[in-house]
Write a protein that binds this ligand. Structure first.
Ligand code: UDX
Length: 455
């Protein structure tokens, strides 16, 4: 089939490459000409495991094309995906200007019947707005063409995006037209081989499904984070509690990991957008309100532990802290809403200096941090170094913020020799407290109370 994908961000590029991998002829459009030049030269603008070779082989096979021309891209596809960004507006609602401008651009150019698919995460009702935008452009041209707008939200996780797309656990198709549904069924056939993963529903339900999924997952995380904080007060270990509840099939084991709060491009933005959607209709989502507040608070938890350990502001001043992990989660260079940014800001404000390392997000982190703390790099208060080991040189303590594989099993004796103040702050509960303590290091995790230590 001939597919056009508008927008080459995470969702657009992964979708385009995977549709091409399944044998379709795909053209990806981005108005950012530099990005298209990079893609045409064989580079990819994001770090995503498995994506680069997939883009390369499909490009070489002529199944994956990149363009910055709307004329070319709209002419190409019988199915046109809108996968442009929907960043949060100042009031938290999703900014639809990109998606509606893409819709207008499609409406100005289509010359045959097409299916237009909303792939971006967009508030309920957006498909109607996309339909209106296309229809009004057609009317302006005096063109009488049939087209359908379908909602097909994407559930891929960064760091596992290619696998999630190729082996989806569900494919949600929201469509109010049987013909359009049939086209989508056909397109997804190669991804829907052994078990039926297609879930067909009306457009609005599909739009809401995406927000419901992310809001539910964010809720689980905030719930566990709050319980973890309580576990500490009670002298209980949240890791044991996680096992204890996760084995209940009604609860399940995933997304129960306490930590330094959720970040990324989706959860924070989608929780805010759903709250706004509800608020616009005069409905208060009390649980989701609390989820967001709990997450904001959780991003400070590691700093609070560091501060408490060293006796507050006087004890913090002049400390040098090693920080492992900058991206919002492992296997991505994405720094959006990363808890590391909050911790670094707090440490610098408290007069600490920070020596940070991340396996892939170093450049992206430097770009963002240089803008936020322009003086800190020059003064040496903030350094981003080239290895986990380099981060440990001449520091007082270690804070683990992102659980990259390479941080999983350090040599604790070597760490004890490096860290002047002999303490680890484990923001992701990666280490066994007893093992760390056996090396002569103090250990602070998230919710890892120890029996007898109840406050
Ligand atoms: C998420 C959804 O999982 C995906 O389906 C949707 O399409 C986009 O949003 P992503 O943002 O890539 O994907 O990351 P995810 O792996 O879901 O993690 C989100 C955040 O939650 C990260 O900051 C992660 O560290 C945090 N998290 C996750 C926890 O703190 N605890 C957990 O148990 C799981």
């Amino acid at each position: 089939m001939k597919v056009t994908v508008i927008g080459t961000g995470y969702v657009g590029l992964v979708s385009g490459a995977c549709f091409a991998e399944a044998g379709n002829k795909v053209m990806c459009l981005d108005l950012d000409a530099a990005k298209i030049a990079t893609l045409n030269a064989g580079g990819i603008p994001i770090h995503e495991p498995g994506l680069e070779p997939m883009v390369a082989r499909n490009r070489e096979a002529g199944r994956l094309l990149f363009s910055s021309s709307y004329d070319e891209a709209v002419e190409h596809g019988d199915i046109i995906f809108l996968a442009v960004g929907t960043p949060p507006d100042e009031d938290g609602s999703a900014d639809l200007s990109h998606i509606l401008s893409a819709a207008r651009s499609v409406g100005q150019r289509i010359r045959r019947s097409v299916v237009v698919v909303d792939k971006s995460t967009v508030p309920v009702g957006t498909a109607d707005k996309v339909r209106e935008a296309i229809a009004s452009e057609l009317a302006r041209r005096g063109a009488d063409l049939r087209f359908h707008v379908v909602s097909n939200p994407e559930f891929l996780k960064e760091g596992a995006a290619v696998n999630d797309f190729m082996r989806p656990d569900r494919i949600v198709i929201g469509s109010d037209d049987a013909e359009a549904t049939a086209v989508m069924r056909q397109l997804y056939k190669p991804f829907n081989r052994n078990h039926n993963k297609l879930i067909e529903m009306d457009v609005r339900s599909a739009e809401l499904t995406k927000y419901a999924a992310n809001a539910m997952l964010a809720t689980r995380i905030s719930f566990m984070n709050e319980l973890a904080n309580l576990a500490e007060d009670l002298g209980a270990d949240i890791e044991a509690v996680r096992h204890g509840i996760g084995s209940d099939p009604r609860i399940g084991p995933s997304f129960l990991y306490a930590g330094v709060g959720y970040g990324g491009s989706c959860f924070p933005k989608d929780v805010k957008a759903l709250l706004k959607t509800a608020g616009d209709r005069g409905r208060r989502l009390r649980i989701l309100d609390a989820v967001e507040q709990a997450n904001e608070a959780q991003k400070s938890v590691l700093f609070d532990k560091i501060s408490a350990h060293f006796g507050g502001s006087a004890g913090l001043r002049g400390l040098r802290i090693a920080l492992w992990g900058l991206s919002f989660k492992p296997n991505t260079d994405d720094m959006r809403e990363a808890p590391s940014l909050v911790l670094i800001g707090q440490l610098l404000a408290a007069g600490c200096s920070v020596q940070a390392y991340d396996p892939v997000a170093r450049d992206e982190a430097r770009r963002i941090l240089q803008a936020r703390h322009p003086d800190a790099f020059g003064s040496g208060a903030l350094a981003i170094v080239a290895s986990a080991k380099d981060a440990l040189q001449d520091v007082d303590a270690l804070a683990l913020v992102t659980e990259w594989q390479e941080f999983r099993s350090p040599d604790f004796d070597a760490l004890a020799a490096c860290l002047r103040r002999k303490v680890i702050f484990d923001g992701r509960n990666q280490y066994e407290p007893a093992e760390v303590q056996a090396a002569g290091l103090a250990y602070h995790g998230i919710g890892r109370g120890t029996a007898g230590a109840a406050k």
